[in-house]
Design a protein around this ligand. Sequence first.
Ligand code: NAI
Ligand code: MG
Length: 339
Amino acid sequence: MRVCVIPGDGIGPEVLAAAVQVLRVVAPDAEVSEADAGWATFQRVGVALPPETLGAAREADAVLFGAVASPSHNVPGYRSPIVALRRELDLYANIRPTSNAQQRSPDGPVVDLVVVRENTEGMYIGRERLEDDGDTAIAERQITRRASSRIVRAAYDLARSRAAAGKANPTVTIVHKANVLRVSDGLFRTVALEIAADYPDIRTEEMLVDVAAMRLAQHPERFDVAVTTNLFGDILSDVACIHGGGLGLAASANLGEGRALFEPVHGAAPDIVGKGIANPLAAIECVAMLLEWRHRVDAAQRVRAAATAVLTHGPRTPDLGGSATTAAVTQAVIDHLAQ
Ligand code: NAI
Ligand code: MG
């Protein structure tokens, strides 16, 4: 198994070093190679995603990605490497699970949901321009039948496999804003409802995105699989991850045909970089997701069991109320793996 590791910027290298340590314990045969991308890379070589990195990502069996720091102003020539990787590798399905299994009070509601986000188009196609001497900014949003139908199918297939694994009341919530974005989300909605008809065993519900944000915050236990377009999914998955213990624990998969990239949901966290206190558990969960995707289910379960034990008994990083370092949490996970 060849794993291409792209640490990126900020805490990306800190948390991926932890993830790779764990990977080496549970999959000693894995061939790990490292590749550069991100803001520091852009400043050094003038591109954020060098062609060698793209080539290495293509050739690997799976990619582990840390985080990149993207400037919030327009920098000529800079394009977000993660957005580019998703497009170049056609990783069309962004799968972001949230579960509160690790922090639920015994009588509390069970949260076990997945946000399935379209990953290749929508608002993130990068077609923005200024008009009117710079006083008007226009962004184009692209919705296609092809991308909508494959992401909605991915969501229904996921709901089916979760049902097969014992999840009750399998439901797909189609999230859109077709009442305002009548043409673009109108197409997404039409296609989604057509596909829903192929899955009579799965309950279908529709929700406007603003209501979905409120319900995800208030009643996450009512969701199973929610599917939506790129920008909405980006935002909703961050809302959902609150219930799973926050950004320090949230992991995601970017899946295409026979390809996959795993990354923590969090970013480069410039406020804590270099302090050695970044929570490595989101990146370590990425390793579990990667192993599962490669059908190494036992190894994935070992990683999850070790991470759960550490979450339960500590040590914990400051984002979870503790005072432990990244290294201490990682070592605790490795110690549990050895038991
Ligand atoms: P962020 O996720 O980097 O940080 C948000 C807050 O969560 C910060 O207070 C940070 O310290 C905390 N946090 C994040 N991950 C943590 C971890 N593992 N352990 C403990 N605390 C953690 O989001 P922000 O601040 O909006 O963005 C910072 C930079 O990251 C920006 O340049 C942004 O473009 C980039 N970013 C990159 C992403 C990616 O590479 N996929 C995703 C989101 C943001
Ligand atoms: Mg995000």
